[in-house]
Design a protein around this ligand. Structure first.
Ligand code: PLP
Length: 409
């Protein structure tokens, strides 16, 4: 596919990127919450990205597992343009047909994946989806039975409650005291989970693959045992599919690999292909604990976001994105396993991490790969995360593997 026309160069207005990112004195307009970026991108198409100097990159990160149908996906672009020219937003004082359609399609998708009828609430991000799930768990449990148990190493977002659920104590430290009602246990460890459950617990919140935590899948046996435990104790099993959902792991949702049926599913990232949107789904009788006024968002089900969700679902069905993630993921995994500098590969589908051999520093590997035009991410100190679009071609996988071989050998 032909590269899109370059945009005018960034120019001196963007000098803060190199001269002092996050630094007010250097004229940086962004709050200093992100580290200094190494590249300023200007445009993308499919798996490819171009920076402001028109250098080409292969995007094997997808904006953190988001642009699963590729950059500037024609169907998504056409939907955004058409919906923007039709209706953007009316608020939840009214219904809009784009949201009604997207909700019906999402409920149908979850019914296929779970065999259960449910309801959805649309929001704008993964953290918001988890925030809604946490509120649902509290309402479900009732006063005194409000604790959500999640896993150490998990990532559930940056709002106060989703951060409290996130099992990374270092991220809590600057914001203590954290909201009450969260408990963390070792991941993939049933005994630890059992020991943490008492009458104050209403729900368990888990990722099927810990994405930010290093691309660490939970065992299928563990997930099935968690389901049984939740059934025995009357707890909600809530699965955070923000990173794993929408075909990333080779199934529509990560929980499908183990065959468990969760009570609540949160999603975002891939469901908008870069357009900010998220959702929480719950089985009907659980969703029914919410009453009017219990939750909301100005932008819940806003027409533009909803139209994008419908198109992403349709496109992913049309191209069998889950099948592509499985087959292309197998090719990428096999290629990575054959690289001399890779000690081990973990993950599912096209959400993979390569553990580098001999304790090689992943940050330096990431930087060298970026210099050569391959976008990855040092997900831990010694592992690179690879999450290309599900539409990545075999030739692009081979090109990326050749670059990885150069850097890691
Ligand atoms: N949950 C998981 C599993 C994630 O990976 C992320 C983001 O990386 C989030 C929640 C938070 O999503 P967002 O950044 O859209 O708020």
């Amino acid at each position: 596919m032909a590269a899109p026309e370059p945009m005018p160069s960034a120019g001196p207005a963007h000098a803060f990127v190199t001269d002092g990112f996050g630094d007010v004195a250097a004229g940086c307009p962004f709050m200093p919450v992100f580290g200094p970026p190494q590249v300023m991108f200007a445009r993308g198409r499919g798996t490819e990205l171009w920076d402001v100097d028109d250098k080409r990159y292969l995007d094997f990160l997808c904006g953190l597992a988001v642009t699963s149908l590729g950059h500037a996906n024609p169907a998504v672009t056409a939907t955004i343009a058409a919906q923007a020219d039709t209706l953007l937003h009316v608020s939840n004082l009214f219904a809009n047909d784009a949201a009604a359609r997207a909700a019906v399609e999402l409920v149908a998708l979850l019914a296929e994946a779970t065999g259960e009828q449910g309801q959805v609430f649309f929001c704008n991000s993964g953290a918001e989806a988890n925030e809604a799930a946490i509120k649902l768990a509290r309402k479900f449990g009732g006063r005194g039975r409000h604790v959500v148990v999640s896993a150490l190493g998990s990532f559930h977002g940056r709002t106060l409650a989703s951060l409290a659920a996130t099992g990374q104590p270092a991220k809590h430290e600057p914001f203590q005291p954290m909201p009450e009602g969260f408990r963390h246990v070792a991941y993939d460890d049933l005994a630890a989970l059992e020991a943490a459950i008492d009458p104050s617990v209403s729900a368990v919140l888990l990722e099927t693959v810990q994405g930010e935590g290093g691309v660490v899948p939970a065992g299928d046996e563990y997930l099935r045992a968690v389901r049984s435990l939740c059934d025995e104790r009357g707890l909600l099993m809530m699965v955070d599919e923000v990173q794993t959902g929408f075909c990333r792991t080779g199934r529509w949702f990560g929980f499908q690999h183990s065959g468990v049926v969760p009570d609540v599913v949160t999603m975002a990232k891939g469901m908008g292909n870069g357009f900010p949107v998220g959702a929480v789904w719950a089985r009907r009788e659980i969703a029914a604990v919410f009453r009017p006024g219990d939750h909301g968002s100005t932008y819940s089900g806003t027409a533009l976001a909803a139209a994008v969700v419908s198109t992403v679902i349709a496109e992913m069905r049309r191209i069998d994105a889950a099948g592509l993630a499985a087959s292309r993921g197998a090719r990428l995994r096999a290629g990575l396993e054959a690289l001399p500098g890779v000690a081990a590969v973990r993950g599912q589908g096209l959400l993979l991490a390569a553990e580098l051999a001999d304790g090689r520093d992943a940050k330096s590997a990431y930087t060298e790969l970026l210099d050569r035009g391959l976008v990855t991410n040092a997900v831990t100190a010694t592992a690179l995360r690879l999450a290309p679009p599900l539409t990545v071609s075999e030739a692009e996988i081979d090109e990326a593997l050749a670059l990885l071989r150069e850097v890691l050998s």
